[in-house]
Design a protein around this ligand. Structure first.
Ligand code: F0G
Length: 451
């Protein structure tokens, strides 16, 4: 295999890298995107905003005007907000699949179930590869190509790899995917294969894949596209920008997001803090992170260690996208929880399955990891953290079709080992397929029984 020998980092333009722990500022990042001084994660900052703060009203009207444009960067729901992203060279093409531009749906049925009338879903599963990863990938893949890399790589629970493989293919780069063998959905794996990635199913979990990737990028000229890469998080910020624009810049009271490796919550929180600082919004929504009980590293880190040190957990959940026990961005996520006064909760497998079916019954659907948001909302309501008269936005991170096995097992009743008391409560939500003789009577009978 011939790997091009591109050097690290990118040419300096209008942004800098800042270490989240020691605050060290640098113009270039090392291959593993860790601080050269202390080894912690980096974030991207824009010193120019201090010298000349962008005008909020001007930004809003520029972003609105770009919606009428047919240029590739304006058709992207990410690059349309490029004023708050690392700048592209003038002659440089973004690698874009028209990501972003995702709908904000009302959830009338879930509103009735929860008693929260103003309940919305920002559906990131409506992105080109059907997950929120595309918003970050368009930015990070563009900067990978600009830095001259021929190979990009990631560890993944499935969605990152699908997205990375697509953007690498569009950008003329090769891609290397490391996924835990047998622990990601076939649907996501099939995307990586179709987009031409070299796909390695490793006999380990996600955390093992990520550890190996971090070693690999120091040895081979591959550019890492996990959310440790701060360009990813810059792109994912635009979820919040687009959401606030859809709400006419009236901040919701709560935004609720699933937590896995904790990059997305960190990105959304960074966007909210930046928007507030620039005067785009007048107050900060509370950003809350929900994890699966079986992959609850952040919950335990807060409860048992007061947020001082990460508590790793052996992750186990059928919401495979968030089956992560050693989240890389835990410090960034803690920071945004604190900055926005958000909460961190965990939900059970049964609560996830129930919430997923309830979102499905809205005619929207999502993958299991996304459904933790609705399950988490129910808990935050019970605790009084969310009030019924507040406005709540759930971030649905992935499309229903990402994990058909989960949906089919649920509806067939193959989940949770038969009819335990709590799974019996799920029965009214189940719509199993019915095998019948091909006769009119049989079908009419099925209709009558379903009434
Ligand atoms: N929801 C979905 C559908 C995901 O795929 C992920 C993460 C998350 C939520 C959690 O987001 O990691 O930023 O906290 N998926 C990664 C992957 C890890 O490899 O696809 P996070």
């Amino acid at each position: 295999m011939s790997l091009s020998s591109a050097s690290t980092g990118v040419r300096q333009t209008d942004f800098r890298f800042r270490c989240i722990a020691c605050g060290d500022l640098s113009d270039a990042a090392s291959r593993d995107f860790r601080c050269a001084q202390c080894g912690d994660l980096l974030e991207i900052v824009y010193p120019k905003w201090k010298q000349a703060k962008p005008d909020a009203a001007q930004l809003k009207s520029t972003w609105r005007a770009r919606r009428l444009s047919q240029s590739a960067v304006d058709l992207s729901g990410v690059w349309r907000f490029r004023d708050l992203l690392p700048a592209l060279d003038e002659d440089q093409q973004a690698i874009t699949l028209r990501e972003g531009n995702t709908p904000l749906y009302e959830l009338p049925r879930c509103a009735r179930i929860t008693g929260v009338p103003r309940l919305f879903a920002k559906h990131q599963g409506m992105n080109p590869t059907a997950s929120f990863k595309d918003a970050g990938m368009t930015v990070a893949a563009t900067f990978a190509r600009r830095a001259g890399f021929r190979w990009v790589a990631c560890a993944s629970t499935g969605n990152t790899s699908a997205s990375m493989a697509a953007y690498a293919a569009r950008g003329g780069m090769r891609s290397l995917v490391l996924v835990p063998e047998g622990k990601i959905s076939w649907s996501k794996l099939s995307q990586a294969l179709d987009y031409g990635a070299v796909t390695c199913q490793l006999r380990t979990d996600f955390d093992g894949c990520l550890r190996l990737l971090q070693q690999l990028v120091l040895k081979a000229p591959v550019y890492q596209l996990n959310s440790i890469n701060p360009f990813r998080l810059e792109g994912q910020k635009t979820l919040a920008l687009e959401l606030l624009e859809q709400l006419d810049w009236q901040p919701p009271d709560h935004i609720i997001v699933p937590g896995g490796n904790l990059g997305n919550s960190s990105a959304i929180g960074k966007a909210l803090v930046e928007m507030h600082g620039l005067g785009l919004i007048s107050r900060l929504p509370k950003l809350s992170v929900i994890q699966a009980e079986g992959a609850n590293a952040l919950v335990r880190t807060l409860r048992e260690a007061g947020g001082k040190r990460l508590i790793n957990v052996p992750a186990e959940t059928r919401a495979t996208a968030i089956r992560i026990g050693n989240p890389a961005s835990w410090k960034k996520a803690l920071h945004v929880l604190e900055a926005t006064a958000g909460a961190c909760e965990q939900v059970s497998e049964i609560e996830i399955a129930q919430a997923k079916a309830e979102i499905g019954a809205e005619g929207i659907g999502c993958e299991p990891a996304s459904a933790v948001t609705l399950a988490g909302l129910k808990k935050l309501l019970a605790q009084g953290f969310v009030k019924p008269d507040e406005t709540v936005v759930l971030v649905l991170t992935g499309n229903l079709l990402k994990d058909p096995d989960f949906t089919i097992d649920f509806h067939r009743g193959d989940m949770f080992g038969g009819e335990s008391a709590s799974s019996a409560a799920l029965k009214p939500l189940r719509h199993p397929p019915i095998v019948l003789d091909a006769t009119l009577d049989a079908v009419i009978g099925a209709l009558e029984r379903a009434e």
